[in-house]
Design a binder for this molecule. Structure first.
Ligand SMILES: [Zn+2]
Ligand SMILES: [Zn+2]
Length: 532
């Protein structure tokens, strides 16, 4: 009966092709193949098999399509998307009772319908359309490759749009390493279904580890019928799978004489692959880490990057007047934000309009104070030496979008800095990533603007590293006590990495040094000399 149903299924499947004039003999050939391999999967991964991956086009012509999966993802060719592109999944993170099936040469975890309804993938190109998680399954080695590299395992989280039937599949890559607790229920259950069609009931978490960095392209199912109805999202950072876990999962298809169940790579045929990177990291070894920014955000590899090492003896005297600011000379209420990699005070629109920076190369153009934030150790260095903390006062020219940033150094001292007290106190409240609290704070640059400073043209010191900044780095160093510095450091990078970008090549840029003219005096006084 099962055999008859399957045959009827195949005839029904091919009848549209027959009606469109496709070959009837194809159906007959398939029925023969099928009757010979009764009970077995309808395709094989053996290259030499008559139903092997290079012959899948005779199982379904869609397998010869122009938008097939999997593909190799060539990171030098991807297009970067820097806008809001997050994927979000509402799949419950608590265990649910699922059915594990040995089917189609893989281990498939069927998500119960009640959980499907609560498990919605949205965001990125899916926008607000609801794709429900219906099943997960596994391939080893991986189907997708990144820069030609195969991974040891690839999980596919298959989401279906109830209206259109289209799929959104999230691919998670794994390399052999520490056993992965989330994979253990799957690995154990896989051992209970040695034969095709075997099922087992087991409890597991089906939520997927969505990452903020992933690749996206449009492709197909990677098994017959190879339908080109899939939005693919391949997460960038591989997770680990224990060797024993991998062996257990692979036993599902190895037991059926198939040592691997990954389809060969398919041609891109002009398709675009997109890369989404939500965030950057100061972890030098992370994919989005400080040493790799230029590979992700091309402007970070530009010729006018910041910060720089300032060499006082090579700087040129500035003939221009000093900076001036109209920021209020009393404390104002602002929002203190504990951000992913910094502590930031956002200036409200009223005080922003009131606080205008001008002078030096800015001339009489109006640059409004947007925010100020901190880095530790300092980003700029003087003669190769860094300081313990650096604050950046970011001013925006509304018309041109150019920035003027004032940098001030702090060094460890036995004296606490009264100027930093409102911020340190605010961090006792806003003490977790993403939290914020209102504070009353003096938003003026904590140094006389007419004291000596260096000026040069550079960039943002975090991605996208846009080269739109006139930098003003003050020479004098302010005090900060140990407890204040500890509070900043503890709150600025949750992974414990320093929050300063390394200094960038000067590339023949000029650095100017401003110092006040000698005050008029009846007796002749020596010209002040720069203190290096
Ligand atoms: Zn798959
Ligand atoms: Zn900064």
């Amino acid at each position: 009966v099962v055999w008859l149903l399957v045959v009827v299924g195949w005839v029904v499947r091919f009848s549209p092709h027959i009606m469109m004039g496709k070959s009837l003999s194809l159906v007959l050939v398939l029925l023969c193949v099928f009757s010979l391999s009764f009970g077995a999967p309808q395709f094989s991964y053996h290259y030499a098999s008559p139903v092997g991956p290079y012959y899948w086009g005779s199982i379904d012509p869609d397998c010869n399509g122009m938008r097939q999966s999997p593909i190799n993802i060539e990171t030098s060719q991807v297009l970067d998307i820097q806008e809001e592109g997050d994927l979000t999944s509402t799949t419950p993170t608590t265990p649910v009772t699922t059915t594990g099936v040995n089917v189609d040469l893989t281990f498939k975890v069927s998500v119960p319908s009640s959980t499907q309804q609560n498990s919605i993938l949205s965001g990125s190109t899916l926008l607000s359309e609801a794709y429900n998680l219906i099943q997960t399954h596994y391939h080893s080695p991986s189907e997708h490759t990144i820069d030609g590299k195969y991974y040891d395992l690839e999980a596919h989280y298959v989401h279906q749009h109830k209206g259109t039937g289209h799929l959104a599949v999230v691919g998670i890559l794994y390399t052999i390493g520490a056993p992965n607790p989330e994979l253990q229920p799957v690995a154990s259950a896989a051992l209970l279904v040695p034969g095709d069609g075997n099922t087992t009931s087991f409890s597991t978490v089906v939520s997927l580890p969505v990452q903020s960095t992933f690749f996206h392209y449009q492709g197909s199912l990677t098994t017959p019928p190879c339908s080109e109805i899939v939005e693919w999202f391949v997460m960038r950072e591989p997770l680990t799978v224990g060797q024993q876990q991998l062996d257990s999962i692979r036993s599902v298809w190895i037991n059926q004489g198939e040592p691997m169940n990954n389809r060969p790579l398919q041609p891109l045929n002009g398709r675009k692959v997109y890369r989404y990177v939500k965030d950057y990291s100061f972890n030098p070894s992370a994919y989005n880490g400080v040493n790799n920014w230029a590979n992700i955000w091309s402007t970070c590899g530009g010729k006018r990057q910041s910060p720089i090492d300032i060499a006082p003896l090579s700087s040129l005297p500035s003939p221009l007047p000093p900076l001036a600011s109209t920021a209020p000379a009393w404390p104002v209420d602002q929002m203190l934000k504990n951000k992913d990699h910094t502590i930031q005070v956002d200036v409200d629109p009223v005080n922003m309009m009131e606080s205008v920076l001008s002078g030096s190369v800015l001339l009489s153009e109006a640059y409004n104070l947007l925010q100020f934030h901190y880095h530790s150790p300092s980003e700029h260095t003087i003669s190769g030496h860094s300081k313990d903390l650096e604050v950046h006062y970011v001013h925006l020219h509304e018309g041109t979008g150019q920035l003027a940033v004032v940098g001030v150094f702090f060094n460890l001292s036995s004296h606490c800095n009264p100027h930093l007290v409102p911020i340190v106190n605010g961090l006792a409240v806003a003490n977790s990533p993403g939290s914020q609290t209102p504070i009353s704070v003096d938003i003026r640059v904590p140094i006389s603007l007419t004291s000596p400073f260096y000026h040069y043209r550079g960039s943002l010191t975090t991605p996208p590293c846009s080269e739109i900044v006139d930098w003003f780095v003050y020479e004098a160093v302010q005090p900060i006590c140990q407890s204040q510095l500890d509070t900043f450091i503890l709150n600025m990078d949750k992974e414990g990495f320093p929050t300063n970008r390394p200094t960038q090549p000067l590339n023949n840029r000029d650095v100017y040094y401003y110092h006040p003219p000698p005050s008029p005096s009846p007796s002749p006084s020596p010209t002040p000399t720069p203190t290096p």
